[in-house]
Design a protein around this ligand. Structure first.
Ligand code: IVH
Length: 724
């Protein structure tokens, strides 16, 4: 009998191949049953030989129930986004710019579909998938390797003997095919769970799932669209690989080009190695061919198994790409042409007003279901009061719905020849006493919060109306808790929004401070008061949640200030305030005038800070946080060596100060790289002047033209965000 180890390796190899045939080539050579049979054999053998565990084994495609915590990984090169165009002129302009940028040299453009999912970067070493990272902010993303391993069309192990480099990165799009998307939403509907608005959201939610077995069940797919290798790959013979020969492929580069390699040819190589590459890429060298490609796919995309939202045009030669370079955000050698959003016509039945987690109230149209861009739509946003008013809507109107770049479909107007403003007698209406047509009144925006009844407010310069009751209206409370635990605030990320909702619904938490009272099992606090037990007992997940709540007590003060959710106080303003005042108490006491003197703090923020602390509920909340041990002042480390803003500067201190003592100012000057000197000379950079600066010093400074800086000017200078 064959050695079990050898059998494991053989089965893994076979199953990788069957996977590829099934998921990439769409051409299985064995039945599902035979496949399952081999898989079970492998599972059994692997269970017997845990020492032979391999994360890239085909058995690992089913994922695991372990909680994934995503590590942040910095990309080897930034993951850029593309400039978007919506019309042909801009495509022609792009062509022209490329041509001019290349000083008239011949070039080819690779036309591709723009897949509507989320981008992913895959790293391979010795033919094995070692890491998969999301785009994140383009500079760094989340390590989602465990989840990506479950995507069947992504090879875990490249077939041996291929000409792949020992180490390479390949990028592409993870997406959810329509079929999986429809199935998923059907299941969710049956389970009374919120539906995903589109396949992109579903793919993104799935890939970020903490549970890779969930990912495995959801049927994600991936297309790869960018391969960079250090040394150019040899071009394969025409027609080989998985990009069909039928496409007008020119494998040999135009004359006069050397080095760098070619985008299309690289992807051909990737296809040979077993990656799924779109079969609909096309190399062209004429603008009219680009337009033909766009026109063709604008219609034909409806027959694709996956969502696409446009076409991507890329200069094919990597050397030419390099010479064209990029702008701050996107490459000059590529552009995305976005398809016009699809529209559909249907009947408006009702308008409801939804309160979001920021308190913004959005009017939402409920309509007769209509098919739009692959999904059935029955709800669409009406954005805000202004849009609602301008649409002049009445129940029963025929409306046009569009799915644009946004997640949610929107009502864009009334269908032409809309005669439905008058309801006929068959439409049930209380005031319809006679059988004649009656005027159906225009839909108006609400004045009060539909959840808590508070009078809505509209902030200057904003389109939305808000519920101001942020400590009493449930969606706002949840929004505040989510903000509080978010990564850039208290970083209690083991607690997801669903869990927060769940705890809130069960009455376990009413605000973020309640989190600090949670324990795994009921026990008494030192004061004899019962702590609230976590609902799920003392399992691993709860232990993790509790540990990260505990860890958050060490989060620096500036992030606590950000986390408490003062309107308009973002990360930077929180940092500025924290560094300026040094403690929560000082921020709480600050007057509007004092706040407004700070560089980067304007009237809107100042008013908001004052208003926040004027509310006793907020003050009590902050006091509770303090009692649980959160950081309420700058730590020693932050006080020290904060920047090199004063590097090389000599500063004279003179006069009497309000905010800090002389010694503290001396320390501050040093922490920012400056030197405190005793007397004024022509080497003095500036004088830090308090009240009652001596007249002789003042005179001397004036004479030498040396700047006099007030206490507030100085503090706001060193606190300003550029100090990072
Ligand atoms: S190339 C530097 N090709 O569109 C260019 N992107 O804004 C890198 N996308 O983030 C992207 N299909 O998620 C490229 N065939 C394709 C694409 C594609 C979809 C996505 C990708 C990227 C975004 C561009």
């Amino acid at each position: 009998m064959m050695d079990e180890k050898a059998r494991i390796l053989q089965l893994r190899d076979e199953l990788h191949k069957h996977n590829y045939r099934y998921y990439v080539e769409n051409n299985p050579v064995i039945s599902d049953q035979e496949f399952d049979f081999l898989m079970h054999e492998l599972q059994d053998l692997e269970a017997k030989h845990p020492e032979l565990f391999d994360p890239n084994s085909p058995t690992q495609r089913v994922g695991s129930d372990l909680n994934n915590e995503f590590e942040t990984v910095v990309h080897s090169r930034p993951m850029l986004s593309l400039g978007n165009t919506y019309n042909r002129e801009e495509v022609a302009d792009f062509w022209q710019r490329v041509s001019e940028g290349l000083m008239g040299a011949p070039f080819q453009i690779c036309c591709e579909l723009k897949f509507d999912g989320l981008s992913i970067s895959l790293h391979y070493e010795d033919g094995r998938l070692v890491r998969a990272v999301t785009r994140g902010d383009g500079i760094q993303g989340d390590d989602v390797t465990a989840n990506v391993r479950t995507i069947r069309s992504i090879p875990l192990q490249l077939p041996p003997g291929g000409d792949w480099p020992r180490q390479f990165e390949i990028r592409g799009e993870v997406l959810m095919p329509w079929k999986s998307f429809d199935r998923l939403n059907k299941e969710r509907e049956e389970a009374d769970e919120p539906l995903f608005a589109n396949p992109r959201n579903a793919a993104s939610g799935t890939l970020k799932s903490k549970n890779s077995s969930t990912v495995a069940q959801r049927g994600l797919d991936a297309y790869l669209y960018e391969l960079r290798v250090d040394s150019p790959l040899p071009a394969p013979p025409l027609g080989e690989g998985h990009i069909p020969a039928a496409s007008p492929l020119q494998s040999t580069p135009p004359k006069g080009e050397r080095g760098g390699g070619f985008h299309y040819q690289n992807l051909e190589a990737a296809a040979r190695w077993g990656f799924q590459v779109s079969k609909h890429m096309k190399l062209v060298d004429k603008l009219e061919d680009v337009f033909a490609y766009i026109d063709y796919w604008d219609k034909e995309r409806r027959n694709l198994p996956v969502a696409t939202d446009g076409v991507v045009l890329k200069v094919n030669s990597l050397a030419q790409q390099k010479s064209l370079g990029m702008t701050a955000k996107s490459p000059r050698w590529a552009i995305a042409y976005k398809f016009q959003a699809e529209q559909a016509e249907t009947t408006l039945r009702q308008v409801v007003f939804q309160v979001g987690r920021t308190g913004a109230v959005t009017p939402v149209a409920n309509m007769d279901p209509v098919q739009l861009a692959g999904t059935q739509v029955r709800r669409a946003t009406l954005h805000n009061a202004d849009v609602l008013a301008s649409l002049d809507l009445h129940i029963g109107d025929r409306v046009l719905v569009e799915k644009g770049g946004e997640i949610i479909p929107k009502v864009v107007g009334k269908a032409e020849a809309d005669n439905s403003k008058f309801l006929d007698a068959s439409t049930p209406r209380r005031d319809c006493s006679r059988g004649t047509k009656i005027q159906n009144s225009k839909i108006e925006f609400v004045e009060d919060c539909p959840v808590c009844g508070s009078k809505l407010v509209r902030y200057e310069g904003e389109a939305a109306h808000y519920c101001p009751n942020d400590t009493g209206c449930p969606p706002l409370i949840l929004g505040r808790i989510e903000h509080f635990i978010s990564r850039k605030a208290m970083n209690i990320t083991s607690l997801g929004p669903e869990t927060v909702d769940d705890y809130y619904r069960r009455g376990l938490i009413h605000d973020a401070a309640d989190l600090y009272e949670l324990t795994a099992s009921p026990k008494s606090s030192p004061e004899g008061k019962d702590f609230k037990p976590l609902p799920l007992g003392g399992g691993l997940v709860e232990a993790k949640i509790l540990a990260s709540i505990e860890d958050s007590k060490r989060v620096p003060f500036e992030r606590v200030l950000f986390a408490i959710g003062i309107r308009f106080v973002g990360e930077i303003a929180a940092k500025t305030l924290a560094r300026y005042y040094g403690s929560m108490d000082k921020v709480m006491e600050a007057s509007k005038e004092s706040l407004m003197q700070i560089n980067g703090i304007g009237e809107v923020i100042a008013d908001s800070v004052i208003q926040y602390f004027a509310n006793p509920v907020n003050r009590a909340f902050v006091e509770r946080l303090r009692s649980y041990g959160l950081q309420m002042e700058l730590g020693e480390q932050q006080k020290q060596a904060q920047s090199d803003k004063l590097a090389g500067q000599s500063v004279v201190i003179s006069g009497v100060f309000q905010h800090h003592s002389r010694d503290e100012y001396k320390a501050l000057i040093e922490q920012h790289g400056g030197k405190n000197v005793g007397s004024i000379s022509n080497k003095t950079s500036f004088v830090l002047a308090g009240e009652n600066m001596g007249p002789a010093k003042l005179e001397k400074a004036r004479k030498l033209g040396i700047r006099i800086m007030s206490e507030d000017e100085f503090l706001s200078f060193i606190a300003s965000p550029a100090s990072d």
